[in-house]
Design a protein around this ligand. Structure first.
Ligand code: DAT
Ligand code: MG
Length: 172
């Protein structure tokens, strides 16, 4: 199966209508898409995702950015790609963390920017190594949301409160 990688198209990517373009470029890698969903990012999820950067001066801005607080679209597109060299391939396509330093034809090089506040709006996230990929994929996705069994699962009886569709017909 090869590597697994969590890919996020961040709120700036969505506002700039880059989704189609980025998906095309990802598909050209011939990696396989194993999961995808649009997510409204809670503070809890954002903090857990970026927990290794919690000591950094830019941490609070980073949390606000991924939550869409700086954009009109408060959501991200979260995806899992699998395949030989997936992490390397997607990170190469993404380009360097700092959009000013990223290769000019990479996604971050082409579409990223540093705001006047110093926030790196770099359009896309990609896990940086297999351990991070596993941690991130398990944070963003439940097993049933992924079409392959990419990590071992277990069956357990759990009772939890769950929001379901109301039986009342709503007006759209
Ligand atoms: P990457 O996203 O390339 O894996 P990272 O994991 O080191 O980079 O950092 C996560 C995000 O944090 C990154 O996409 C943008 C932001 N960031 C990193 N370094 C930064 C800096 N010096 N100033 C502002 N934002 C930064
Ligand atoms: Mg990283």
């Amino acid at each position: 199966m090869g590597d697994k990688v969590l890919v996020l198209i961040k709120p700036d990517g969505l506002v700039k209508s880059l989704t189609g373009n980025i998906l095309t470029r990802l598909s050209e890698t011939k990696l396989e898409i194993a999961a995808a969903k649009i997510v409204r990012v809670s503070r809890e999820l954002a903090v857990e995702h970026y927990k290794f950067l919690s000591g950094k001066p830019f941490f609070e801005d980073l949390i606000k950015y991924i939550q869409g607080e700086y954009h009109s679209r408060k959501k991200v597109l979260a995806m899992v790609y699998v395949g030989e060299g997936a992490i390397k391939k997607v990170r190469e396509l993404a380009g360097a963390t700092n959009p000013e330093e990223a290769d000019t034809v990479s996604i971050r090089g082409q579409y990223g920017r540093i705001t006047t506040k110093g926030v790196y709006e770099n359009v896309i996230h990609a896990s940086s190594n297999p351990e991070e990929a596993e941690r991130e994929i398990k944070l963003w996705f439940q097993p049933d949301e992924i079409v392959f069994d990419i990590y071992p699962t277990e069956v357990r009886d759990v009772t939890e409160k769950k929001r379901i569709w109301s039986s009342a017909t709503g007006k759209s």
